[in-house]
Write a protein that binds this ligand. Sequence first.
Ligand SMILES: C[S@@+](CC[C@H](N)C(=O)[O-])C[C@H]1O[C@@H](n2cnc3c(N)ncnc32)[C@H](O)[C@@H]1O
Length: 218
Amino acid sequence: MRLRNKPWAKEKIAAYPQYVIPNPEEYKGRWNELFGNDHPIHIEIGTGKGKFITEIAKANPNINYIGIELYPSVLVSALDKLIANELPNLRLLNVNAKDLTNFFAEGEIERIYLNFSDPWPKKRHEKRRLTYRSFLELYEKVLVDEGEIHFKTDNQGFFEYSLVSFSQYGLVLTYVSLDLHNSDFEGNIMTEYEEKFSAKGNRIYRCEVKYPPKQRHL
Ligand SMILES: C[S@@+](CC[C@H](N)C(=O)[O-])C[C@H]1O[C@@H](n2cnc3c(N)ncnc32)[C@H](O)[C@@H]1O
């Protein structure tokens, strides 16, 4: 296994606390104070080297973005892009998505992007898939009412698994493409993995789902 927790990466991240927030627990329920506005917040889980999140943040200055990535050695590339672009509506977190509710209050996030998440093809690793039921429960806790997940991958098996997982959880499918790059979908922003896999000729699958309205206790 690759050694991904390289000390130099952690040091670089620590040198930019204005971009990679070192204490995200402190902003739970207060992210809009940090951004200095009340714009909606969209997050990407598994942001990798940050191409998608920096480009989408640049294109949408009235939305706040947070990119979440587990590995410092990967996140430094996203940090480099943020340093180069100085985007006031983008922050990064070097955390594990399984701890999401430590960092975000109920209803604080409007949309979650899952781009080319690790498919974990072995059945015994199912619980690690970011579209597994326990993650869908976590996402529901931090999302607004009828919050959205936008998901894309080149892995057909993982895509089909995720559609079933979404449906079993009661999520509503609002968009699906079985061949994104040959569809009429406009404004697609390519991720690093998307560039790599589509260059090999792989088909890209994409869907959007939203949570049903939360139960109202009158
Ligand atoms: C296959 S890569 C895709 C990267 C990027 N989204 C892209 O499309 O180019 C998946 C990324 O998700 C990150 N990741 C996986 N599980 C995670 C978790 N539980 N919390 C945060 N990041 C995670 C991995 O470290 C990896 O960088």
